[in-house]
Ligand binder design. Structure first.
Ligand SMILES: *[C@@H]1O[C@H](CO)[C@@H](O)[C@H](O)[C@H]1NC(C)=O
Ligand SMILES: *[C@@H]1O[C@H](CO)[C@@H](O)[C@H](O)[C@H]1NC(C)=O
Ligand SMILES: *[C@@H]1O[C@H](CO)[C@@H](O)[C@H](O)[C@H]1NC(C)=O
Ligand SMILES: *[C@@H]1O[C@H](CO)[C@@H](O)[C@H](O)[C@H]1NC(C)=O
Ligand SMILES: *[C@@H]1O[C@H](CO)[C@@H](O)[C@H](O)[C@H]1NC(C)=O
Ligand SMILES: *[C@@H]1O[C@H](CO)[C@@H](O)[C@H](O)[C@H]1NC(C)=O
Ligand SMILES: *[C@@H]1O[C@H](CO)[C@@H](O)[C@H](O)[C@H]1NC(C)=O
Ligand SMILES: *[C@@H]1O[C@H](CO)[C@@H](O)[C@H](O)[C@H]1NC(C)=O
Ligand SMILES: *[C@@H]1O[C@H](CO)[C@@H](O)[C@H](O)[C@H]1NC(C)=O
Length: 712
């Protein structure tokens, strides 16, 4: 799950531990059986092909066993072809050689990674935003997550008619799980039922498409109307995670089903490490979704701010980074001498502004003290804890807590040490206006893209910090059920997991006005109309590798003017450029593919442009070929403009630099030539290309880089 651990004392290290534990080593015993995914690409056309029996016969041949019930874990047979099976190492090797097999890879574990956020993005409440209610009501969002809480008000079907006719899914959420006309589908791949026992799944689903629910808050904190981007849309929940694991084989099954069930969008706030496309289940599933006109939106990952940490790397996926909104939560510490320090946390406990002794030595802490400590380890005996662990975002904790910046913490500590009977208190959290928003969060995973070095990822950033949305009453708001007995219907979570469904909601909102737009056109509209961003002052370097094209702007994305179109064939050409063999390409696409010429991956008609240069300190010239399609005013003339980012010494030329369009859907091509020398080896050099007709601004980031060291 791409959310962050609630306990602030181990923020970065916890994430690291989660990541390390996910790549548990393959055991050396060749007879030891692991679950492998045998990916076989597209379903062959023709009625005579029966995937299940093919899967079983391959498995029988490889294992030499006639009874393979305990070997076959899952079959993928509705939207693409393949299966998951328990195999030994030698069996795996033989399997990889079989006719019809694209790849065989370990089924790994993935992590799951108010709503003021929509106002912040300009999508106002109620009739202040123009909507297309009939189409919105026919839109279905598939959410692959840890389940959903069907009784949440966010998923009530008050005012909803029957499911759209195109819906072919089911409600099989297990015992005591009922769907309705809002939550129209549920499937479970974990064996524990689709009910959300954690909170993460209800949170992401309600952010994308939850009803508008007034008076939602976490014990009064963040009180307001919680709502999704498309409140009239329907939700189908696919539970791919249990309380401990999300597995690749389950994720692939959920894609197989969701595509066949008839969803319009897939939102997946999950990730692991960046993988080659043919071994990345999200990329495989999303490729087949794209071929059916379904856009997949995925979180970038929570492993920032180190470079090369982005885990969602395919061009047919919209990859989302996390940033702040103009609302942040502060938990003030008031010292008896009158000084107030602004700490962080989501603290619903009310100490009634009463002063308590401040104690920094653990053995001396008693029930009537506030413990002042570097970390939150320590005394549950104390009334409250004040820690030195300012993490750029507020977390919910089982006990009253405020996290101070190092300066404030040191100030407090010297006060405590130099004062006879130091006293103070921790206040209840208040929401304040954050005028520095949006800034990309430190934890949000960064590029460059380790799999396709000339494809910029993440694509876009969206609100992912301190987001209030629906929760499961069985989940623990602080992820510490032992110490925290609170049960809530709405809670505050932070992570790229929370940013992802915001963009899913925006994509669905756009499609309600442009039902004929393909996934790539929607992605282009979102990227080229994004708010431009620049270097952050949060203490972490923020570049296009953090925010991609910038911050999502739902209203501007409705009217992009020009778009960069892409279809399945273009993505295949891109894979050809990455030197995929034509045999594998045929299996993936389900048709014969001949890679012609040697089209460079950077000439994919993507809304951003990026190139890794081979050497430093030398002069270079790179070109990007692009084609735009007019979706704006029929008769319009666009002129190009280049905006160099601060410190950039690039020379950028656009040919032609004027595009005259005569009709809608007209296409025109151009070439961008970027040259320079001795560019900074530590940072990307970047610029923006803007095509403008005086009404629209169609902006694409241009990024070139050499080597990005491990620590920026
Ligand atoms: C918008 O909603 C408000 C409050 O529900 C209502 O008073 C107003 O008439 C509505 N405006 C339009 C244009 O529908
Ligand atoms: C079904 O689940 C709801 C929500 O947890 C609970 O209130 C209800 O008691 C359950 N009913 C049964 C029969 O288990
Ligand atoms: C939330 O705000 C509404 C309207 O301002 C108010 O009626 C309600 O009591 C508030 N709820 C909480 C828990 O503060
Ligand atoms: C979760 O699923 C994994 C993989 O299927 C399994 O090994 C694990 O035991 C499950 N955990 C629980 C708590 O059921
Ligand atoms: C960064 O972006 C902000 C907001 O768009 C803008 O006000 C500011 O001038 C920019 N700073 C630089 C150095 O470009
Ligand atoms: C693909 O192969 C060509 C020819 O061998 C090589 O020049 C190119 O660098 C390779 N591309 C990638 C992405 O590996
Ligand atoms: C490369 O360029 C950098 C900065 O321009 C300079 O510090 C470095 O000495 C150069 N290295 C070589 C090998 O020329
Ligand atoms: C890119 O565009 C230029 C100029 O139109 C053209 O000469 C070149 O062949 C194009 N390259 C590719 C790979 O399409
Ligand atoms: C298109 O624009 C040109 C230049 O502004 C103008 O001369 C022409 O009449 C326009 N054509 C139409 C069909 O509007």
């Amino acid at each position: 799950m791409e959310k962050l651990p609630a306990t602030s004392f181990c923020l970065l290290s916890c994430v690291l531990v989660l990541f390390l534990s996910s790549v548990s080593a393959v055991t050396d015993d060749p007879q030891d059986k692991q679950v492998y995914i045998v990916y076989m690409g597209s379903l062959p056309s023709g009625k005579e092909y029966t995937p299940m029996s093919h899967h079983m016969s391959i498995l029988q041949e490889i294992t030499g066993e006639s009874s393979i019930e305990d070997r076959l874990v899952r079959s993928y047979k509705r939207s693409f072809n393949g299966f998951a099976a328990r195999l030994s190492q030698p069996e795996r090797e033989r399997m990889a050689e079989m006719e019809g097999v694209v790849s065989v890879f370990r089924s790994k574990k993935l992590q799951l990674q108010t709503t003021a956020s929509w106002d912040f993005m300009g999508l106002k409440e109620g009739n202040k935003t123009k909507r297309n209610p009939a189409v919105e009501s026919d839109t279905i969002i598939g959410v692959l997550d840890i389940g959903i809480w069907p009784e949440s008000e966010s998923f009530s079907d008050k005012g909803f008619g029957p499911p759209p006719k195109k819906w072919k899914g089911v409600c099989s959420g297990g015992k005591n799980f009922t769907c309705n006309n809002k939550l129209i589908g549920a499937r479970d791949y974990t064996g524990e039922g689709t009910r959300d026992l954690d909170g993460h799944g209800s949170h992401t689903a309600s952010t994308a498409a939850g009803n508008a629910v007034a008076g939602a808050s976490f014990f009064g904190i963040g009180n307001g109307t919680a709502r999704g981007g498309v409140p009239a849309a329907r939700i189908a929940a696919y539970k791919v995670c249990n309380s401990t694991d999300c597995t690749d084989d389950a994720v692939l099954s959920a894609f197989d089903d969701a595509i066949a069930d008839g969803v319009d969008f897939i939102s997946i706030s999950l990730g692991g490490e960046a993988l080659k496309y043919e071994e990345d289940t999200t990329a495989i599933g999303a490729f087949h979704a794209m071929a059916k006109g379904i856009l997949t939106v995925n979180s970038a990952g929570n492993s920032g701010p180190s470079p090369t940490t982005v885990s969602s790397v395919a061009p047919w996926i919209l990859t989302v980074a996390a940033s702040t909104t103009n609302r942040e939560f502060l938990t003030k510490v008031v010292i008896q001498n009158g000084k107030t320090l602004a700490g962080r946390s989501v603290n619903a406990f009310d100490l009634q502004e009463k002063n308590y002794p401040l104690v920094f030595s653990l053995p001396e802490v008693k029930g009537n003290d506030i413990f002042v400590s570097r970390y939150s380890y320590g005394s549950d005996v104390a009334v409250a804890t004040i820690i030195n662990d300012y993490t750029h975002f507020a977390t919910i904790n089982p006990r009253p807590l405020s996290a101070l910046s190092p300066d404030d913490y040191n100030f407090l500590l010297s006060y405590v040490k130099s004062t006879k009977s130091p006293q103070g208190t921790v206040l209840k959290t208040e929401a304040v206006f954050n005028q520095k928003a949006p800034k990309v969060a430190s934890f949000s995973s960064r590029g460059p893209n380790p799999i396709a070095v000339d494809l910029l990822k993440p694509d876009i950033t969206a609100p992912g910090v301190e987001i209030l949305a629906a929760f499961s009453p069985l989940g623990s708001p602080s992820e510490d059920r032992q110490r925290d007995q609170r049960h809530v219907k709405y809670s505050v979570i932070t992570g790229t997991s929370m940013a992802c469904p915001h963009v899913t909601g925006v994509a669905a909102y756009i499609k309600t006005f442009h039902p004929d737009w393909s996934p790539a056109v929607i992605q282009s509209a979102i990227m080229t109309t994004a708010w431009s961003m620049n270097a952050s002052d949060t203490g972490f370097t923020s570049t296009e590798f953090a925010y991609g094209a910038g911050h999502v702007d739902p209203i501007a994305a409705l009217n992009p003017g020009l778009v960069y179109e892409l279809d399945k064939a273009d993505h295949i050409t891109f894979l050809c450029g990455l030197n995929y063999t034509s045999k594998i390409l045929r299996l993936i696409t389900g048709e014969a593919v001949t890679c012609t010429g040697n089209t460079l991956p950077r000439n994919l008609n993507y809304p951003s442009m990026s190139a890794k240069l081979s050497g430093t300190n030398s002069s270079f010239t790179v070109t990007f070929n692009r084609t735009v399609t007019n979706v704006g005013i029929p008769n319009s003339t666009y002129k190009s403009m280049i905006v160099l980012n601060q410190g950039s010494k690039l020379n950028v030329e656009v040919t032609p630099n004027v595009l005259s369009m005569k009709s809608v859907k007209e296409k025109q091509s151009f070439t961008v030539t970027v040259s320079g020398s001795n560019i900074d080896p530590k940072l990307p050099s970047s610029a923006s290309l803007i095509w403008s007709d005086g009404i629209h601004k169609v902006r694409s980031p241009i990024v070139v880089y050499t080597y990005i060291p491990d620590s920026i």
